[in-house]
Write a protein that binds this ligand. Sequence first.
Ligand SMILES: Nc1ncnc2c1ncn2[C@@H]1O[C@H](COP(=O)(O)OP(=O)(O)O)[C@@H](O)[C@H]1O
Ligand SMILES: Cc1ncsc1CCOP(=O)(O)O
Ligand SMILES: [Mg+2]
Length: 247
Amino acid sequence: MSEITPQAVAGMLARVRQARPRVHCLMNSVVQKFTADGITVIGGIPSMTGSLEEVESFVGRADALTVNLGTLDAERREAIRLGVAVARGQGRPWIVDPVHCDYSPSRLAFARELIALQPTVVRGNRAEMALIGETPGILRIVTGPVDLLQLGEASVEIGNGHPFMAQVTGTGCLSGGVIAAFMAVEPDALAAAAAALTVTGVAAERAAPHARGPGTFAAAFLDALATVGDTDILHHARIRHDQPEHE
Ligand SMILES: Nc1ncnc2c1ncn2[C@@H]1O[C@H](COP(=O)(O)OP(=O)(O)O)[C@@H](O)[C@H]1O
Ligand SMILES: Cc1ncsc1CCOP(=O)(O)O
Ligand SMILES: [Mg+2]
C-alpha cells in the first residue's frame, strides 16, 4: 500500500471533482440536506430516496452507497436491505454509519446485521464505535478531534478539523457522504477515507475564522468544502500513516 500523502489527497480530490460520482444515501431525516450539500460542493452528485419501489433502481445507478441509521423505521430498514443487496451485487463501495446505536439495542442489532454483510467502511463517533467493537476485514473509522482509521495492521490518524464541527449536527453524517464520494474514485478504501477526512478537516479549519458561531460555521464549512484546493491540503494536512512492517 502506498503512503497516504497530502499530494495523494489532492490528487483524489481532483478526481472526485472531475468524475462527479453519484452517491446514493439511505439516511436519517435530520441532516439529509446538509449531507446532500456536502456531497454536492465536494464534487459529487447526491440522491436520497428511500422508497421501496425505487431504491434498487437508484442504488443500481450510483457509484457508492451510504447507509445511515439515524432515524429508523420498518420501511427504512427494508429499503436499506434492498439497497445493500444491490450495492454488494454490483461490487460498489458502501459505508455504514451506526448513528446513536448506543441508544437502542434494536438499532445496534441492525448495525451488526449490516456489518455481517461486509460493508467497505464502518464510521462512527467514539461512543458508537465503542459498542460496535472490532470489524475484522472492514475499514473501521472512529471520528473525533483526531480521526482514527484502521484496516488490519494499517492505521491512519487525521489531525485536521475544528471543535465547531462537534457543535453542528450532521458533520459525521456529511463525512460519510464525502467518504463515499472519494471511494467511488479510489479503490483503496483506506486512502479514499483518509483523503475525505483530511479534506473535510482542512475545510473546517479554513471555515472557522469566518464563523461567528455554529450556525455561520455550517455555512462557511460548505463554502470551504467547495473551494478547498491543493495549496490548502499541501500546507495544512496532518496525516499520520502507520503501515505494517512487511508492506
Ligand atoms: N473536537 C473536534 N475537533 C476537530 N474535529 C472534530 C472535533 N469533533 C469532531 N470533529 C470532526 O467532526 C466530524 C464529525 O465527527 P464526530 O463528532 O465524531 O461524529 P458525529 O457527528 O457522528 O458524532 C469528523 O470529521 C471529525 O473529524
Ligand atoms: C441527532 C440525530 N438523530 C438521529 S440522526 C441525527 C443526526 C446525527 O448527525 P451527526 O451524527 O452527523 O452529528
Ligand atoms: Mg454521527
